[in-house]
Design a protein around this ligand. Structure first.
Ligand code: T4K
Length: 377
């Protein structure tokens, strides 16, 4: 007997999947396998094996001038160990850094036995201004070093920082965590992150790039218990080496980089085109046109970040304040010395990390553009 047919149930409306703020993509297994086979054959798994040496050489070859690259377990450790290797006075000595940075910069200062001293950034460049730091005048005597940060991958004026170093005598270490693509000049010792969320990632990793061979050698020692040709530690150090497996991913990422860079550019161009005619959304100068990075942090009208975040969330579009309210606002650094920080406070309320990934499709870009239109109407 045929059963009576019931009326078709109305389909529950399913919301589209959220537009993710980031969707990292590292080299796939196929690209990594040849390097894994080399590891199998060599039976060398860590402690400066052939893959690590090759990766460091290929990273160094990207610089126009002779440069030494030292890989480290992550960029936070690379910053810490670089500060330690600079032989700065410890105890009571402050390191000047921007409040507008990720907490890693300040953690590195503390881990190196030094004290963070937060200084405001320039509201237009989002970076420390060497002239403004120099204008601290006699107070600079309390500092033993400065760490400018390349915000979201945009490089600072290296010549201006070299001149600052010359006139003040203060060592300068650049936190270029997100500047893999833009860092081509290591006259200032510079640290890059190779974290999975970065434009070229290997999971966890980072490197110091420098023209100072003695500094490079000291950082290398610090990554391996401060051994210097014997099994005796010459000073307190740590273990911050990259394994050969991490380097296999890194080498595969380097093989794919020219194509991946173009794909990052293409995604950025799609976004830029979709937001033409929306002058309230300001990209960093050159972003996605002259240089690439893995995040899209934009400037919005003053104080608009919270409202835009809320509206985009309602429309299923994820966003991120990559640096929260600024590094100084974390409880861990509440007691740290600071100058007035009006530009940092303003940036925290008026910048926002929009969804951005290497394979962002036209549908996601359209959803983001429509949500932004609603938020900024
Ligand atoms: N200096 C500066 C200025 C920095 O920005 C950073 C790091 C450093 C120094 C230190 O570098 P490292 O020591 O990390 O090498 C991310 C990154 O972990 C961090 O590298 C980065 N800056 C910081 C700004 O952001 P999270 O904790 O926000 O990432 P998470 O886990 O929330 O992931 C973001 C999005 O990506 C999520 O939607 C999930 C997705 N995701 C993430 C991972 C890791 C994936 O889909 N797959 C993944 O494998 O820190």
């Amino acid at each position: 007997m045929a059963l009576p047919q019931s009326a078709p149930r109305p389909q529950a409306e399913t919301a589209p999947a959220p537009v993710a703020v980031a969707r990292p993509r590292l080299p796939n297994a196929e690209a990594i396998v040849p390097y894994l086979q080399r590891i199998d054959e060599a039976r060398w798994y860590s402690n400066f094996g052939p893959l690590l040496i090759e990766l460091e050489q290929r990273l160094a070859d990207r610089f126009a001038r002779p440069t030494q690259v030292i890989t480290v377990a992550n960029a936070t450790q690379a910053l810490t160990l670089s500060l330690k290797a600079m032989d700065l006075p410890v105890g009571g000595a402050h390191v000047i850094l921007p409040a507008w940075t990720f907490v890693a910069t300040a953690h590195a200062v503390v881990q190196a036995g030094l004290k963070p001293w937060f200084v405001d950034v320039d509201p237009d460049t989002w970076m420390l201004d060497p002239a403004a730091v120099a204008a601290l005048g006699p107070k600079l005597r309390d500092a033993c070093a400065v760490i400018p940060v390349a915000p979201f991958g945009r490089m600072p004026d290296v010549d201006a920082w070299l001149a600052f170093r010359e006139t003040t005598g203060l060592p300068v270490l650049l936190d270029a965590a997100a500047a893999f693509d833009t860092l081509a000049d290591a006259r200032l010792p510079s640290v890059v992150s190779l974290h999975a969320t970065k434009v070229l990632g290997l999971g966890e990793g980072g490197f110091l790039a420098t023209e100072d061979l003695a500094l490079a050698a000291r950082v290398r020692e610090l990554t391996t218990f401060c051994f210097r040709g014997s099994r005796q530690s010459q000073a307190p150090g740590t273990n911050a080496k990259l394994s050969e497996y991490a380097c296999a991913v890194g080498l595969a990422a380097m093989d794919g980089w020219p194509g991946e860079r173009l794909r990052w550019m293409r995604a950025a161009q799609m976004l830029r085109i979709a937001l033409i005619g929306r002058p309230q959304v300001r990209f960093q100068p050159g972003w996605g046109a002259d240089w690439v990075t893995s995040v899209c942090t934009v400037g919005l009208p003053a104080g608009a970040a919270a409202h835009v975040t809320q509206v985009l969330r309602e429309d299923g579009v994820d966003t991120r304040q990559w640096w929260d309210r600024g590094c100084h606002a974390s409880p861990a650094f509440a007691d740290c010395r600071r100058e007035p920080l009006p530009a940092t406070e303003a940036l925290a309320a008026s910048t926002l990390g929009l969804p951005f990934s290497i394979d962002m499709d036209a549908g996601e870009v359209a959803r983001l553009a429509a949500a932004l239109q609603r938020a900024l109407a």
